[in-house]
Design a protein around this ligand. Structure first.
Ligand SMILES: Nc1ncnc2c1ncn2[C@@H]1O[C@H](COP(=O)(O)OP(=O)(O)O)[C@@H](O)[C@H]1O
Ligand SMILES: [Mg+2]
Length: 382
């Protein structure tokens, strides 16, 4: 067990890292954040910020010198960096798990190998692969295998001909072609797994997206307890098969009432922000606990919750060219609303600047208040 006040290392300096820093600080740990961006939100709230590339060996050696254990908030940290660090200190999740999650092709192959349900797909490494892809995959979605996020790096294609053009636009990178499915809705499960294999699942969240970016998460998901239970079982199975230690996010799409795994995130997940305000233990505290070999906390939600993402677009509602500060006082007039702003300096359209979570005993009241909150600051449903 790694006891406080030990120093923990965090690879990545975004908002997920920032919440980890806050959870670690509450438990009395020190945190060193390693991120190349000098203005990164987590870097600025950490005890120390190593401003360096993720493959900068001198910086990694400093991390090794200072830290008892290292984790990540960013699936695109080079897996080789994690493998290198693990020769000297505890690294969770392991490089192999991150390697699987950071490549859509490997992720899908993992799901297939272990019999977890997923959308029909084909690996696309060449124009020939596209020519030979099963006709049933069209209309499809061509997704780059690496570095895609928030709907970036994917193109909807109606036909093989369109797919060939799209593949050129994606610079002929290695891709996955997925059948475009008609989604009933989307859910996700965030869980934590400790070194002894014990798993605590947070309640399943129901997620809606706008322009490819998570917009709202509703908990409890408005689905049958049976489906939510199945999602948790599948997510737990995935964590076991990966021998995963830490906090893991699993995204599902629901098609004709069937759960299909969409993708995994080897870190806390945006749809798990609600756990900060609505659960006994947050997904970030679980990440700290799993990393340090401490017992996991209770994952139960003590409140219903709705989380709303606040994107940079909000800062430009009145004027496309000049940023304004949204009227937080109006939003905070909703007493059961918790506002989280990440301290990012530059609001850009589509950039995650913050979120709010409304909590309460009655799910319907919470949903109403969250909707009212969205309207108050000018988020419209177009
Ligand atoms: N096969 C599919 N059919 C229909 N919609 C999909 C499919 N795959 C993804 N989507 C939609 O696109 C969103 C983003 O896709 P995802 O694979 O999760 O990429 P990202 O890494 O950008 O989150 C999903 O949340 C879902 O709404
Ligand atoms: Mg996704």
């Amino acid at each position: 067990m790694i006891a406080p006040p030990a120093t923990l290392g965090m690879l990545g300096g975004g908002q997920l890292g920032r919440f980890f820093v806050m959870a670690a600080h509450e438990l009395g740990y020190r945190v060193v954040v390693h991120d190349p961006d000098p203005g990164s939100p987590a870097g600025r709230s950490a005890d120390e910020h190593l401003v360096a590339a993720y493959d900068d060996l001198a910086a990694l050696d400093r991390l090794i010198g200072q830290c008892a254990a290292v984790t990540t908030e960013f699936e695109n940290v080079p897996a080789d960096t994690l493998a290198y660090l693990s020769k000297f200190l505890t690294v969770r999740p392991a490089a192999a798990a991150v390697r699987t999650c950071q490549n859509r092709g490997e992720e899908k192959a993992f799901l297939k190998r272990h019999g977890f349900p997923h959308a029909p797909y084909a690996d696309i490494r060449s124009a020939d692969d596209l020519q030979n892809a099963n006709a049933g995959l069209f209309p499809g979605i061509l997704k780059v295998a690496r570095f895609g996020y928030d709907g970036k790096g994917q193109v909807r294609v109606n036909s093989r001909a369109e797919a060939l053009i799209a593949w050129g636009q994606l610079r002929q990178e290695v891709c996955v072609l997925e059948q475009q499915l008609k989604l009933d809705y989307e859910v996700s499960v965030v869980l934590a797994r400790d070194e002894s294999g014990q798993v605590k699942c947070f309640p399943t969240a129901e997620n809606s997206h706008r322009r490819g970016i998570l917009d709202v998460s509703i908990v409890p998901a408005r689905t049958s307890g049976c489906l939510a239970g199945n999602a948790e079982e599948i997510a737990e199975g995935i964590a076991q098969k990966m021998d995963y230690i830490g906090t893991l996010g699993v995204e599902f799409i629901v098609v004709h009432g069937q759960l299909l795994v969409n993708e995994m995130a080897p870190r806390p997940h945006n749809s798990g922000h609600y756990t900060i305000d609505a659960c006994v233990t947050s997904q970030y505290e679980q990440q700290v606990r799993a990393l340090c070999g401490l017992p996991l906390g209770e994952a139960r939600a003590h409140s219903a919750a709705v989380m709303v993402n606040l994107l940079g677009d909000l800062w430009y509602l009145d004027d496309k060219h000049h940023a304004r500060e949204p009227d937080w006082a109006q939003l905070l007039a909703i007493p059961n609303l918790k506002l989280h702003l990440y301290g990012k300096h530059h609001p850009r359209p589509g950039r995650k600047m913050g979120h709010f979570t409304v909590i309460g005993a009655d799910p319907l009241e919470v949903q109403k208040s969250a909707l009212a909150g969205r309207r108050l600051i000018g988020i419209t449903d177009e």
